[in-house]
Design a protein around this ligand. Structure first.
Ligand SMILES: Nc1nc2c(ncn2[C@@H]2O[C@H](COP(=O)(O)OP(=O)(O)O)[C@@H](O)[C@H]2O)c(=O)[nH]1
Ligand SMILES: [Mg+2]
Length: 153
């Protein structure tokens, strides 16, 4: 069976920026469509947004990510709807950090994202704002990730 303890699992709503961040963190060329299935790379498990948005898929979200080395719960700073239940991440027995994406966007609302992520159970000190488009905050995030998972590029 695959061992995921050196992988980082990305969870968050549809369109929150999971795939873009994953490609930015791995310096891949950004060409992608909607993530329709769980996708594994050397360092990441990228999940479809339905996994957290649709209650019937939540057990699946937990199932495929529960042995990762780190969970990143992503919230888009432009998203005015929350669909992650209260204390959702407390289900995990592995480290969880929060990432606020799209901070370059003109409709970015950091306060709202902080509220959603803390509501989901992420500790406020473990929330990191980034823009996967401009790269702002990405090297800081890499440093944080490296404290949990060996991540060489
Ligand atoms: N402005 C801005 N747009 C972003 C950023 N990250 C992702 N996006 C856009 O948000 C949309 C959804 O991104 P995607 O990575 O597919 O989200 P996913 O469904 O969570 O995997 C795409 O149109 C991206 O170009 C960002 O940092 N800034
Ligand atoms: Mg995706």
């Amino acid at each position: 069976m695959a061992n995921n303890k050196n992988r980082i699992a990305l969870i968050g709503r549809i369109g929150s920026g999971k795939t873009t961040l994953f490609l930015r963190l791995t310096n891949e060329f950004i060409t992608y469509g909607k993530t329709q299935q769980v996708s594994y790379s050397d360092h990441f498990i990228d999940t479809p947004g339905e996994f957290v948005e649709l209650p019937c898929f939540r057990p699946q979200a937990i199932n495929v990510t529960c042995d990762a080395g780190l969970i990143i719960l992503i919230n888009s700073s432009t998203d005015h709807q929350n669909s992650v239940p209260p204390n959702f991440v407390c289900t995990y027995n592995i480290p969880v950090i929060g990432v606020i994406t799209k901070i370059d966007h003109k409709h970015c609302n950091l306060k709202r994202s902080l509220r959603y992520l803390t509501y989901a159970g992420v500790h406020p000190d473990k929330i990191h704002p980034v823009s996967a488009l401009t790269g702002e905050g990405v090297s800081e995030l890499k440093t944080v990730i490296q404290a949990y998972v060996a991540f060489d590029h």
